[in-house]
Design a protein around this ligand. Structure first.
Ligand SMILES: NC(=O)c1ccc[n+]([C@@H]2O[C@H](COP(=O)([O-])OP(=O)(O)OC[C@H]3O[C@@H](n4cnc5c(N)ncnc54)[C@H](OP(=O)(O)O)[C@@H]3O)[C@@H](O)[C@H]2O)c1
Length: 160
């Protein structure tokens, strides 16, 4: 299984506020859609709850929760999910789409990171990416960086 992670963060590593994204950035949603289209995506239950459209179309949606979720493929532990995916499809490309605890678990297994950097600070944020940028830079090489405007950049990182 090839593990990719994708997220957007502000200058304080913030990724969420009140169960939602702290920002509305259409270019970032478009980029997320392009990268994850037709792939398998794995998320925590709160991220699933936050989706305006469920399931996200053209993707195999997988949710991790201590409670089995209705109307979506769900697993009550991350280990069960990984076991099933690795035993059924060895070359599967999966995208970890959050939130915090799910990123934290998968970080050490991830080969590729897609990070949107938002060079701005948002108020009252309550959820943060759990790994520092310093740590990411020591574990991954920056493969590409596209500046969308003065504050938004799309980046791709590959494990050293
Ligand atoms: N900026 C971004 O790119 C981005 C991406 C994703 C999410 N977000 C934001 O992040 C916030 C949500 O993230 P979050 O960290 O609060 O929540 P989350 O990781 O999406 O979901 C947490 C839930 O996942 C389940 N879970 C996690 N680990 C588990 C385990 N080992 N075994 C079983 N279940 C497990 C639990 O569900 P149960 O409580 O049902 O047991 C837990 O309450 C929202 O604000 C969202 O908008 C931002």
């Amino acid at each position: 299984m090839n593990i990719n992670m994708i997220w957007a963060q502000d200058i304080n590593n913030a990724i969420g506020k009140d169960g939602d994204l702290p920002w509305r950035i259409p270019e970032d949603l478009k980029n997320f859609k392009n990268i994850t289209n037709n792939a398998t995506i794995i998320m925590g239950r709160k991220t699933w709850d936050s989706l305006p459209i469920k399931p996200l179309p053209n993707r195999r949606n997988i949710v991790i929760s201590s409670m089995e979720q209705k109307d979506v493929e769900s697993y009550t532990s991350i280990e069960k999910c990984i076991d099933l995916l690795t035993n059924t499809e060895k070359d599967l490309d999966v995208y970890i789409i959050g939130g915090m605890s799910i990123y934290k678990f998968f970080y050490e297994y991830a080969n590729t990171l897609y990070i949107t950097f938002i060079d701005q600070s948002y108020p009252d944020t309550d959820t943060f990416f759990p790994i520092s940028l310093k740590q990411i830079k020591s574990d991954f090489n920056l493969e590409s960086k596209t500046d969308i405007d003065k504050i938004i950049s799309f980046t791709k990182w590959v494990r050293k």
